[in-house]
Every structure is written in structure tokens, then in C-alpha cells.
Design a protein around this ligand. Structure first.
Ligand SMILES: Cc1cc2nc3c(=O)[nH]c(=O)nc-3n(C[C@H](O)[C@H](O)[C@H](O)COP(=O)(O)OP(=O)(O)OC[C@H]3O[C@@H](n4cnc5c(N)ncnc54)[C@H](O)[C@@H]3O)c2cc1C
Length: 301
């Protein structure tokens, strides 16, 4: 990821994750967020890819627009689920046609029930490592992969999880971005495991995924769907802020969420991470507030 090494405002570079909007109103919101972040100088922005290709056209169109119409460096997520190798080749070709050279290569989860049984497409790929190799065969791409501070929920144990991540890096991935997590120790232990397993691969950027929480109900749902955990002490703090009423007190939850994200980011910066990757949910406000508290929001300076 070339731009991680370039000059940046603040103690470390940051990046932002977006997802393809479903309708015009959501798309307008995305572009408002994009324009705000653009002025803050992220190292890159990434665009997710819906399960089984459900957002294929939107992901392709929007990363293309990001490449052509903004100064941002777009990274396109691509998942193997539900696609034959020929379809994956066509997708990669489509990204190249849009001027996209940065791809995050993922296996993806089963569509419908992300925790359900994984079934490989009969003419497709089994693991992200194979997608890393395929993308590289097709051109001069800069490839990243996913990593999991708590271990991937389908991995038998942390040793296997580490070994598979190292295999993806050895296959040519240049960096990894983690699943969002809430316990910095989990991230640091992952980093130690990768360095111990293979110092050369461990030297590649391991980028922490951070989500400033703005709703208890949604973070609980997201965590459940991704097979990870919300630590009990954090759930308790958020639940206390949410209150006991029928609707959660969003302002109070948000305040706790922003505090948590800021404290995590401060510790990660002190631990020397190469970049902070923010899951923005297509909103700029919460992430900007965290960046401001970190002294990384050039707009607030
Ligand atoms: C930063 C980030 C971005 C993401 N973006 C998206 C997105 O845009 N769209 C989307 O649908 N999903 C996305 N995901 C979710 C991701 O697709 C799922 O978590 C998926 O279950 C794992 O993907 P992977 O690329 O890590 O798969 P893999 O690395 O292939 O791993 C899948 C499972 O197989 C195991 N495994 C790997 N290699 C081997 C092997 N050689 N032998 C045996 N077992 C093996 C792993 O331990 C793991 O349990 C993202 C995740 C992250 C962290």
C-alpha cells in the first residue's frame, strides 16, 4: 500500500471503509461523507463487496467514480463467494478498466446467513489465498487481505488462524486489514503471533479496523454476524448509556462509542500501528470526531 509511506497529517495515516449504498438517498449521503473525508487526506478508502456479488455493479461503479472524480486512493474489496474463477477474472478486469489497482482479496461469507455452511462455487475458489494469487496473475495489482484479532470464527484455533494469514501474505498480499475489534490486546497478540510465525511477513502492515460505535443494537448485530465478540465490560458500559427505555439513548451511546474508539486508537498509535482503518458506515461525523480528538482532523485545525 504505497500511500502508507507518504507524508500525512497527524501521528499515523488513517483510512476509511465505505459500503455500496442501496438507493439514491443513501448514495447522496455516501458522497457527502466522501467529500468530507477527502479534505482530511486519508491514505486510502475502501469499498466493500456484497455477499455473492449482490453489490457487484454498485461496488464497481462507485470505486470507478472514486478513482476518477476524487483525489482518494480507492481499494476495491472482492469476495470469492458465489463466483466462478471466470467471473472473478471478469471482475478484476472490470476494476482494472476503472483504473483500480488496489484490491482487498477476501473469501466472503455465505449469502443469507454469514455464519451458515460455506459452499464453494463448483468452478470457484475455496480460500482467499487463491484469490490473492489469481488477482496477481491478472496484472500489476496491490493486494491486501483480511485478518482477525480474535481468530476467524471458522478457524479451529489461533495457531491455524495465524498460519492461514501468513499463507495469504506469502502468496503476495502486501498488507492486511483486521476485522473490527474492541480489545487492543487481541490485536497486539495477533501481531506478535504473525511476527513469531514469519518475521518477514510480520513486517508487512497489519492495519487495525476500528468502528466508532453509535448504536448498541447495531454493534451487537454486526458483531454477531461477523462471528466476533463485544467484550462484556464494553457491552455493559454501552448498555448503561443506552438506558432501560424502549429506544436506546443514541446520544449517550455515541459519546461512549467515541470515547472507546479514541482510547483504542491512542493505544494503537503508541503501539506503532501503520494506519488506523475506520469503518465509517458511510457517515463522516463519528470518525471525524475521533480523528479530531487524536489531532488528526486537518479540517478542525
Ligand atoms: C477488513 C475486512 C473486510 C471485509 N470485507 C468484506 C466484504 O467486502 N464483503 C464480504 O462479503 N465480506 C467481507 N469481509 C468478511 C470476510 O469475507 C469473512 O470474514 C470471511 O469469512 C473470511 O474471509 P477471508 O478472506 O479471511 O477468508 P480466508 O482467508 O479464505 O479464510 C476463511 C476460513 O478458512 C480458513 N482457512 C484459510 N486458509 C485455509 C487453508 N489453506 N486450509 C484450511 N482452512 C483455511 C480460515 O481460518 C478461515 O476460517 C471482510 C472482513 C475483513 C476483516
Amino acid at each position: 500500500m504505497q500511500r502508507l509511506a507518504e507524508p500525512h497529517p497527524g501521528p499515523v495515516p488513517f483510512s476509511v471503509e465505505f459500503y455500496p449504498p442501496r438507493d439514491e438517498q443513501a448514495e447522496a449521503r455516501l458522497w457527502r461523507a466522501v467529500r468530507i473525508f477527502e479534505r482530511m487526506g486519508p491514505a486510502f478508502v475502501s469499498m466493500t463487496y456484497g455477499a455473492g456479488g449482490s453489490t457487484r455493479d454498485r461496488t464497481l461503479r462507485i470505486v470507478g467514480q472514486l478513482a476518477r472524480e476524487t483525489t482518494l486512493l480507492p481499494v476495491a474489496h472482492l469476495t470469492a463467494v458465489g463466483h466462478s474463477v471466470d467471473e472473478l477474472r471478469a471482475m478484476v478486469g472490470g476494476f482494472a478498466d476503472q483504473g483500480i489497482t488496489n484490491i482487498l482479496a477476501l473469501r466472503g461469507d455465505p449469502p443469507g446467513d454469514p455464519l451458515g455452511e460455506w459452499i464453494k462455487h463448483p468452478d470457484g475458489l475455496e480460500y482467499a489465498e487463491q484469490l490473492v494469487r489469481l488477482v496477481q496473475e491478472l496484472g500489476d495489482f496491490n493486494v491486501g487481505v483480511a485478518s482477525f484479532p480474535e481468530g476467524h470464527h471458522r478457524a479451529p484455533d489461533l495457531d491455524h488462524d495465524t498460519r492461514y494469514l501468513v499463507s495469504k501474505l506469502r502468496a503476495g498480499a502486501q498488507y492486511s486489514i483486521t476485522q473490527m475489534f474492541f480489545d487492543v490486546d487481541d490485536f497486539l497478540r495477533l501481531r506478535d503471533r504473525v511476527v513469531a510465525a514469519d518475521p518477514e511477513q510480520g513486517a508487512k502492515p497489519l492495519i487495525p479496523g476500528i468502528m466508532p460505535i453509535t448504536s448498541l443494537a447495531s454493534v451487537r448485530r454486526m458483531v454477531e454476524l461477523s462471528g466476533s465478540v463485544l467484550p462484556a465490560n464494553i457491552d455493559k458500559r454501552l448498555a448503561a448509556a443506552a438506558g432501560g427505555g424502549p429506544d436506546e439513548d443514541r446520544e449517550a451511546v455515541r459519546a461512549v462509542g467515541i470515547d472507546l474508539a479514541t482510547q483504542m486508537a491512542q493505544r494503537l498509535i503508541a503501539e506503532g500501528v501503520p494506519c488506523l482503518h475506520f469503518c465509517s458506515l458511510n457517515f463522516a461525523k463519528a470518525t471525524s470526531e475521533v480523528l479530531e480528538r487524536l489531532g488528526m482532523n486537518v479540517m478542525a485545525a
